[in-house]
Design a protein around this ligand. Structure first.
Ligand code: F6P
Length: 358
């Protein structure tokens, strides 16, 4: 029996732990694992792959990135931006099928986020024996309570905030730190709470510049001369609220940059020197945390179990401390957003963090 694994879309700390889990569990069953390079592109004839022996995966768990390479572009990209879906050409599907047949791949484990899992679903519907494994630092897939990579990204934000606090204090400045997360505020909210932010702005909660400025000035009147504002990259600016429902706001298609705009406005309204800092891909790089290593490995082992059961079209999921599975169909196209009335938001408010709204 031979199975394949590929990771697709943006990289994410913990991908190598998944590979480690898959190869370990498969070798116990006497199966051979083929690792396709650079996502689905590796499926194109003649096939770009390497055989993964257990020895190849020794020590990879602690490495960031992925030993297989990945891409979120190319012939299989089914999702380009938030609203852009493109069909995969039949000729491309046929070519991938040829590679699968030639290599006698009996199960294909696809490790990816919403876009890559949409591609996986497409291939499953075309008869590919696909098993999905959810991956995204954004933690925004509806069908799983958590994805590996999220904890590492949050830790990066916390580390950055620890540093930003000290320079903000020295200069009595406002520092605005922009995090990733696309249209969900998980990284900003968790990172902001754990890193002691004073204001956290997320896409799920509309904010007003005046409230943010008020919070900063209130702090100043109490003797706190610096403030740290965390802003999720997908946060909607107040000026974008004029958009019709479903219409793109001015920055939605180019995540990154909203922090600069908010910093400028804060400086105008408070008269305080304000600097912006975009964390960007720092949040995706580097070694995974222990939580992400374990979660990734558990996901990999579960994926092999699903392959053994022939449970194709399923995606590994995590719910209530248990690794189980759901159909890939249930998992895709449903962004899991922060609940504005939820317990984590309430926690933030309870400890005095402003969400920019009240
Ligand atoms: O979805 C993961 C993510 O890191 C987002 O948080 C971010 O907006 C996007 O990918 C960045 O993608 P790229 O690496 O293509 O710039």
């Amino acid at each position: 029996m031979r199975i394949g694994i590929l990771n697709s879309g943006g990289d994410c700390p913990g991908l190598n732990a998944v590979i480690h889990g898959v190869v370990g569990a498969a070798s116990k069953l006497g199966w051979e694992v083929i690792g396709f390079r650079d996502g689905f592109e590796g499926l194109l004839p003649p096939g770009d792959y390497r055989v993964l022996d257990p020895e190849d995966t020794v020590g990879i768990m602690k490495l960031g990135g992925t030993i297989l390479g990945t891409t979120n572009r190319g012939d299989f990209a089914s999702k380009v931006g938030t609203h852009d879906l493109s069909a995969i050409a039949d000729s491309i599907v046929e070519k991938a099928k040829r590679t699968m047949d030639q290599l006698e791949i009996r199960a294909l484990i696809v490790v990816g986020g919403d876009g890559s899992l949409s591609t996986a679903l497409h291939l499953y519907r075309e008869g590919f024996p696909v098993i999905g494994v959810p991956k995204t630092i954004d933690n925004d897939l509806q069908a799983t309570a958590m994805t590996f990579g999220f904890d590492s990204a949050v830790n990066c934000v916390v580390d950055a905030l620890d540093r930003v606090h000290t320079t903000a204090m020295s200069h009595k400045r406002v520092m605005v730190v922009e995090t990733m997360g696309r249209s969900a505020g998980w990284i900003a909210l968790w990172g902001g709470i754990a890193g002691g932010a004073n204001v956290v702005l997320i896409p799920e909660i509309p904010f007003s510049y005046e409230k943010v400025a008020q919070c900063i000035l209130d702090r100043e009147s109490k003797g706190y001369l610096s403030s740290v504002v965390v802003v999720a990259e997908g946060t909607q600016l107040p000026e974008d609220e004029q958009c019709e429902p479903g219409e793109l706001n001015s920055h939605e298609n180019r995540f990154g940059g909203v922090g600069d705009m908010i910093a400028e406005k804060i400086q105008q309204l408070t008269g305080k020197e304000t600097r912006a800092c975009t964390l960007g891909h720092l949040q995706r790089g580097g070694a995974p945390t222990s939580l992400d290593r374990i979660l990734g490995m558990r996901f990999g082992v579960k994926a092999v179990e699903l392959a053994r059961e022939g449970a194709f079209g399923q995606m590994v999921s995590y719910e209530a401390y248990h690794v189980g599975s759901v159909t890939i169909e249930e998992a895709v196209h449903q962004v899991r957003k922060v609940d504005p009335q939820g317990e984590v938001v309430k926690t933030a408010r309870a400890v005095g963090i402003s969400l920019g709204d009240c």
